[in-house]
Design a protein. Structure first.
Length: 444
């Protein structure tokens, strides 16, 4: 056990050293992953040595992870430390629908609960005889909720190391509870009705309620003060904060061009045209897809033109390496579906199934949307399909696309394109403002 603890300490110090040595680059990101793994190992060692101390340090670790994700929630445009590519994506998971409960971030509830549990762990053992039972029951509930959140992350096709660290903490807390109950000759469900008079329960409840109430107030203020909210909740008579408007769009860094080959969603000849560059392996694009479709269907003056910008060097000259060939195949699959008039149907089913990109998966999706699979398969093997994907990628390079999704809009501010900086919600707010006769200032 001593060697186990020393390993945890060594990993912790190594992670900190790597982070300080490479802060701000990918090395620092991986150092954070090593640090989190080491922290879990260290907490496990403390749980083995002392139940109460183990609960204390484990709760502090879980509270810290929740606090980091909560801070990221308040600043959604900041990149998460652990967003190092591949399957890792804390920012995406932290902005998914499952990241909120009753209108508040689940991480806010997490901070309140784990801080309360840490405070309860500081209590005198003689004065808090039911601490292990309270901890065990809460840990059991936390494990169930962790399973739900893990399932939601699996559907997105990504994982978040901070979330997994919290799940690991819940397992350690449950193990600590069982260990403490056994040492005291108690059972988890014996005399459950008596825990309502337990000081441990009241400490946890009080801390949870206080932090949640304070956090809820801050969250509501944050939501109300966002640029999108300011534009949506403008004063009667059309008065609006011009600076808030300008922060929702900017002048494109490159040249945005269309060639007439783009699949069109919406009414031809609409006065407002959205050109979206997206990648079929991008979770943020998958989240934006239904919002954009809803926006187009609800606003007849808007049409959407779609261009692929695969984040793979196999079909995008600006991307290094040839990893992510499946992103190129997905782009080709949509292109071939478009030949049969079902581009957006294929696009939609692929965005709903991010984790499924094998040839068999794509063929299954083609059948699901009603394609002639023989013609579709033939199309997938033609050079013209590959060229169409390359042409879209080159158009994205010319427009200086830096990531996906990127949306350019023409018809909002004169006849020139502007780039939307804060997602589909910002675009909808701008469209509503224009419809209400609010003059949109030129982009900076």
């Amino acid at each position: 056990m001593k060697d186990f603890g020393l390993l945890g300490v060594a990993m912790l110090l190594g992670g900190v050293g790597l982070y300080l040595n490479g802060a701000g680059d990918e090395q620092a990101n991986y150092a954070i992953l090593a640090f989190l793994a080491a922290a879990v190992v260290f907490c496990a060692q403390i749980v083995v040595a002392s139940t109460r101390k183990g609960v204390l340090v484990t709760s502090v670790l879980a509270a810290g992870c929740n606090a980091y994700l909560l801070n990221l929630k308040f600043a959604p445009h900041d990149k998460a430390i652990c967003d190092v590519g591949g399957l890792i994506g804390c920012s995406v998971i932290n902005s998914s629908p499952a990241s909120e409960l009753f209108g508040l971030p689940v991480t806010l509830y997490g901070v309140g609960f784990y801080v309360g549990l840490a405070l309860a762990a500081l209590g005198n053992e003689k004065r808090t005889p039911r601490f292990d039972q309270v901890n065990g029951l809460f840990a059991l509930g936390s494990l169930a909720f962790s399973a739900y959140l893990g399932w939601e992350a699996k559907k997105i096709g990504l994982f978040c190391p901070f979330c997994i660290t919290i799940y690991a903490c819940n397992i350690l807390l449950f193990v600590a509870a069982l260990k403490g109950l056994r040492e005291n000759g108690q059972k988890l469900f014996d005399g459950v009705d008596k825990i309502f008079g337990s000081s441990s329960l009241w400490v946890i409840t009080a801390a949870f309620a206080f932090i949640t109430l304070v956090g809820a107030s801050s969250w509501q203020g944050h939501e109300a003060s966002s640029d999108v909210a300011i534009v949506k909740n403008r004063e009667d008579g059309g008065k609006i904060d011009t600076d808030a408007l300008r922060r929702l769009y900017k002048r494109p860094d490159g040249v945005v061009k269309t060639d007439g080959t783009e699949p069109v969603l919406g009414r031809p000849g609409a006065t407002i045209t959205i050109v979206e560059f997206a990648d079929y392996g991008c979770p943020h694009c998958a989240m934006a897809s239904p919002l954009l479709k809803e926006l187009v269907h609800g606003n007849p003056e808007v049409q959407l033109l779609f261009k692929v910008f695969p984040l793979s060097g196999a079909c995008n000259p600006v991307i290094e390496g040839t990893e992510g060939v499946e992103r190129c195949k997905a782009a080709m699959a949509a292109e071939c579906a478009g030949d049969q008039g079902k581009y957006y149907e294929m696009s939609g089913i692929m965005f709903k199934s991010l984790g499924y990109r094998s040839d068999d998966d794509l063929l299954f999706m083609a059948r699901e949307v009603g394609l002639d699979t023989e013609a579709w398969t033939t199309c997938m093997q033609t050079q013209s399909t590959i060229d169409a994907v390359l042409d879209d990628a080159k158009a994205g390079i010319e427009a200086r696309v830096q990531g996906t999704p990127t949306m350019f809009v023409r018809g909002l501010v004169g006849d020139d394109f502007v780039e939307i900086t804060q997602g589909p919600e910002a675009l909808l707010a701008l469209i509503e403002a224009k419809r209400d006769g609010i003059p949109l200032p030129p982009p900076l």
